[in-house]
Design a protein around this ligand. Structure first.
Ligand SMILES: [Zn+2]
Length: 294
């Protein structure tokens, strides 16, 4: 299965899509009930200030619940999370107040406005998942998505070399290619650090990796660029600023670092693929980026 293609899985929080439970027949699927704006305001629960966990937060779906594109039932539904699904919770967001089935102990009859963005890029209401607490267990999405201040954004390095450009400025390399199947180079850095195209090319894919056969959900929000000689991949971003099919120049801003997907902390995972990858090479087709810099 392709999930293993992106083989630098640092965490253990892999979606278990095979766990769709038969409980949906034994237990009537619960449609989250929405509440009017007025009532939502009356029931609004103050956001709790919690430190971001060192490791990715997780939750287990307790009752079949909507997979939404934002923290409201008014956004687009993209299917369901099923009983037993283990979700990696990237960040939390206050949204529409809804009443959950799995929340008998919640105040206000189970109504709550806490939602989570999962590593597949969709939103799930806290009231239908078990996290062990009613408090937010993942950092606020606004903080996760926030770019670094402009004065911390150094200008791109000169881009005259024939090889690939290191995709970040003034960030030391962390974990390298190889060993335990790590298929790229990691650059630990704060969320919101600018990420630059390693070479001229076109945007082959951008967005949540779950929607791409090469990057997959472990990559979180990612960009895949196609160059004349290879592809470059940029994973665990907080957001991208390019569109599929767009031409980019070496050194052009393509997105910002984050910690989406299977990531234990903010970093860029950078990888290089030949135009025709050998997916059985032990590194999911990836090759050592360090051999292509210059
Ligand atoms: Zn990595």
């Amino acid at each position: 299965m392709f999930l293993t293609v992106f083989s630098h899985l640092q965490g253990v929080h892999v979606f278990d899509r095979s766990s769709t439970s038969t409980a949906t027949t034994a237990r009537r699927p619960h449609l989250l009930r929405s509440v009017t704006a007025g009532l939502a305001a009356a029931l609004a629960i103050p956001a709790l200030v919690l430190a971001a966990p060192a490791n990715a937060a997780t939750g287990t779906v307790k009752v079949k619940t909507q997979k939404m594109t934002d923290s409201t039932l008014k956004s687009t539904q993209k299917g369901w999370y099923n009983v037993g699904d283990k979700l990696t919770l990237v960040c939390s967001k206050r949204g529409q107040s809804v009443q959950g089935y799995f929340s008998p102990y919640l105040p206000n009859g189970g109504w709550n406005n806490l939602w989570y963005r999962t590593s597949d890029g969709h939103y799930v209401a806290d009231v239908d998942i078990e996290t062990g607490t009613n408090n937010a267990v993942a950092p606020d999405c606004a903080q996760v998505d926030k770019p670094a201040p402009a004065n911390n954004n150094p200008a791109p390095a000169p881009t005259t070399g024939a090889g690939l450009r290191v995709p970040l400025d003034n960030v030391a390399q962390g974990r390298g290619f190889g060993g335990s199947g790590h298929n790229g180079i990691d650059y630990p850095t704060r969320v919101g650090t600018p990420v630059y195209a390693a070479a001229d090319g076109t945007v082959d894919f951008e967005g949540y990796g779950v929607n791409n056969s090469w990057m997959r959900e472990a990559a979180g929000i990612c960009v895949l660029l196609k160059h004349p000689d290879n592809y470059t991949g940029y994973a665990h971003l907080s957001r991208t600023v390019v569109d599929k099919g767009q031409s980019v120049k070496k050194g052009q801003l393509i997105g910002y670092t984050g910690s989406t997907g299977n990531s234990t902390g903010p970093h860029l995972h950078f990888e290089v693929l030949p135009l025709k990858p050998d997916f059985k090479n032990g590194y999911a087709g990836r090759v050592d980026p360090a051999k292509h810099f210059g």
